[in-house]
Design a protein around this ligand. Structure first.
Ligand code: MSP
Length: 657
């Protein structure tokens, strides 16, 4: 039995839209690590998946006019979806979890109940701020300039009956884990976590772990109306996917605790603080390592759909090949820091490293073996002192590479490989095989040795490049005549593994050079198109030509009003009933047919505009004293409505003129 085991995970992705290159970054890194460990002889479990619950998904599904399940199915499993992307990018995951899978839901319910029974989950009332896009609760003091500290967007007030997890109870142990062990890396992230969330004013706060304002989540089975907070649901995927608290799988004993969780920097907080605390509460062993990688920006700016600068991995794989893209991601950016993706850098990396250095080395070496020896090297070889440096550099590569890979420093590991590749190219120039070939009788054995040394160098580099570019490496092995035994981890540490009379076949060009200027202008044009396509297709209503005289206009009394309360009108799927402060001291009631666009709780506290001197009117048996003003337009054939919201600094009753 193999007792070398390795369990590695990616975050599970929100299927709220198409995945972009930033998402692919972490998955490619995890894939390279999983393949590397398999190469080293480990029994690997590589888990990825999708995180499918939460208000954001519920809202998006409503907008799209489908059920939340249909919505996520469409992004995860439909052609061009998440599963297809990972297939395209050659991601060798062993298991894929969807948090809507029945076995996971069952486990989460049991886990929630167990924490409730052991006293770590209790019922209280939640009052605070909520960032909808991030599905995160914040206290007032955690906000940055009144906005979500993670994404910088507006937060909303939230108050509801909710369950809480006693995170505060575990603050000391989590602090110790972060400060006194190597659990979290890079180290630079440790102090940020401890200072901002544990040693902050008020200490580590208990965490709200249930919601009642929406339904798309794992139901708390002993308290209908509550659904489990999406992060508790999502984090436990790392264990439920092994069969924890379910009978779908039976791998907990074998693979838990995880050897490495790879996650992006903005979700380190959940993984470094709450995840260990949840596990402590359940008396479970803690993961061995959490690595918080940096973000990929685009041309110095955060990638975002609304900015139209989201880089599409489908497009790039199609144009340059999956391996070139995988390689670029891990070669160009240090894994622990942010990286700036530019099209220039992508093309430059492909041209310099893959076309010039690696591609040239392979094609020159195989071409010369074919030309001078008809593809089969002779037994008779003559070594020279000139060989020593290359041989010792290549033979020692595996240990230098291993040292970097064990630290998840992909960029440095690749740098070590490319030092050997560059040295090998220089060795060609030093030995000038074309000059040796002029007198094959005298120089044949020397030329054979030179080519053999080049092939061996290529072989060792290719073994170690396999986790990054599996498909291309298979093709290089075939060209240089490396059979299975010459592709192994053990063989990468040895010199002279290829048979002396190795047979070589020159294949097609592995990495064609790209014309930078032409390519950049094509990519720019595609981006412009994508930006345009992402713009809403507005249909502006024709302007009225009939004029209104000023006095008539002035008769309309528009006022700023504040929403004190808002609720759905029973038996109506259109109407919302507003209780408004209009500055007079008496509440004003207005009914508005906007339930399709807004949830009542989103509007409480907002400052709106109403016309207040319309004659009162009855709607569904209730009186409406005015009308709220909205902006209305058509988009892709659908009516869209936005309530006019004004600065909250404007007092109730202020007249608009
Ligand atoms: N669903 C949660 C994770 C739950 S894990 C228990 C989530 N999903 S996500 O789809 O929003 O993000 C998934 C991962 O993609 C995160 O690690 C995030 O950091 C990463 N990236 C998203 N955009 C990124 C870049 N531009 N660059 C690098 N990684 C980024 O968070």
């Amino acid at each position: 039995m193999n007792d070398k085991k390795f369990y590695i995970t990616t975050p599970i992705y929100y299927p709220s839209g198409k995945l972009h290159i930033g998402h692919a970054y972490c998955t490619v890194a995890t894939d390279a690590m999983a393949r590397y460990k398999r190469l080293c002889g480990y029994d690997v479990m590589f888990l990825t998946g999708t995180d499918e619950h939460g208000q954001k998904i519920e809202d998006k599904a409503r907008e799209a006019g489908v059920t939340p399940q249909e919505f996520v199915d469409n992004i995860v499993a439909a052609p061009g979806g998440v599963l297809d992307l990972w297939k395209l990018m050659n991601i060798s995951y062993d298991r894929f979890i969807r948090t809507t899978d029945a076995y996971h839901v069952e486990s989460i319910q049991k886990i929630f109940k167990a924490m409730y029974d052991n006293g770590d989950i209790y019922k209280g009332s939640y009052k605070g701020k909520y960032c909808k896009p991030c599905e995160s609760f914040w206290t007032e003091s955690q906000l940055v300039d009144g906005k979500c500290p993670d994404c910088g967007r507006e937060v909303m007030d939230a108050e509801e009956e909710a369950y809480f997890f006693r995170a505060s109870k575990y603050a000391g142990r989590v602090r110790d884990l972060l400060l006194n062990t190597d659990f979290l890396e890079p180290k630079s992230r440790v102090h940020e976590m401890v200072n901002n969330f544990i040693d902050c004013e008020g200490g580590l706060q208990d965490l709200c772990v249930s919601r009642t304002s929406f339904t798309w989540g794992v139901p708390v089975d002993f308290d209908p109306g509550h659904v489990v907070y999406v992060w508790l649901d999502a984090l436990f995927n790392y264990m439920t996917a092994l069969g924890y608290q379910n009978s779908q799988y039976h791998d907990v004993e074998k693979f838990w605790p995880a050897d490495a969780h790879f996650v992006g920097k903005e979700i380190v907080r959940f993984h470094a603080i709450y995840w260990p605390a949840f596990l402590m509460s359940m008396n479970l062993p803690l993961p061995k390592k959490l690595y918080g990688h940096g973000w990929l920006n685009f041309n110095g700016d955060k990638m975002s759909k609304s900015k139209g600068n989201v880089v599409d991995p489908h497009l790039l794989s199609e144009r340059y090949g999956v391996d070139a893209l995988r390689f670029f991601l891990l070669r160009s950016f240090p894994f622990g820091s942010d990286g700036n993706f530019t099209n220039e850098l992508l093309i430059q990396t492909i041209n310099n490293d893959l076309a010039n250095d690696l591609g040239n080395l392979v094609s020159r070496t195989t071409a010369m073996a074919e030309k001078y020896f008809a593809g089969k090297l002779p037994q008779d070889k003559q070594s020279a002192e000139l060989d020593d440096e290359l041989i010792s550099l290549a033979a020692g590569l595996r240990s230098r590479y291993e040292e970097q890979m064990e630290k998840f420093q992909f960029q440095n590991a690749l740098e070590e490989i490319f030092k050997v590749i560059q040295r090998a190219n220089k060795y060609i120039d030093e030995n000038a095989p074309w000059a040796l070939a002029k007198d094959m009788d005298a120089n044949g054995p020397r030329l054979a040795a030179v080519l053999y040394n080049l092939l061996e160098s290529v072989r060792i580099c290719t073994v170690l490049l396999t986790p990054f570019m599996p498909e291309s490496c298979g093709r290089i092995f075939a060209q240089i005549g490396a059979d299975e035994s010459a592709r192994t981890w053990d063989s990468a540490e040895k010199w002279g593994v290829l048979p002396a009379v190795v047979s070589v076949t020159k294949g097609e060009n592995l990495f064609p050079r790209i014309d930078m200027a032409k390519e950049l202008s094509e990519l720019d044009a595609i981006m412009e198109e994508t930006k345009k396509a992402a713009l809403p297709q507005l249909e502006v209503e024709p302007f009225l030509t009939e004029q209104v005289d000023f006095d008539t206009f002035c008769k309309s009394d528009f006022r700023a009003v504040k929403v004190k309360a808002c609720e759905n009108v029973r038996k109506s799927d259109k109407l919302l009933k507003f209780t408004l402060d209009d500055g007079t001291g008496t509440d004003r009631q207005i009914l508005s047919g906007i339930a399709k666009w807004y949830k009542p709780e989103e509007l409480v506290g907002k400052t709106l505009v109403a016309i207040v001197n319309l004659p009162p009117r009855k709607m569904m048996g209730r009186e409406s004293q005015g009308m709220l003003i909205s902006a209305v337009h058509m988009e892709k054939g659908e009516e869209c409505l936005h309530l006019l919201m004004v600065d909250d600094a404007i007092p109730a009753g202020a007249k608009l003129c």
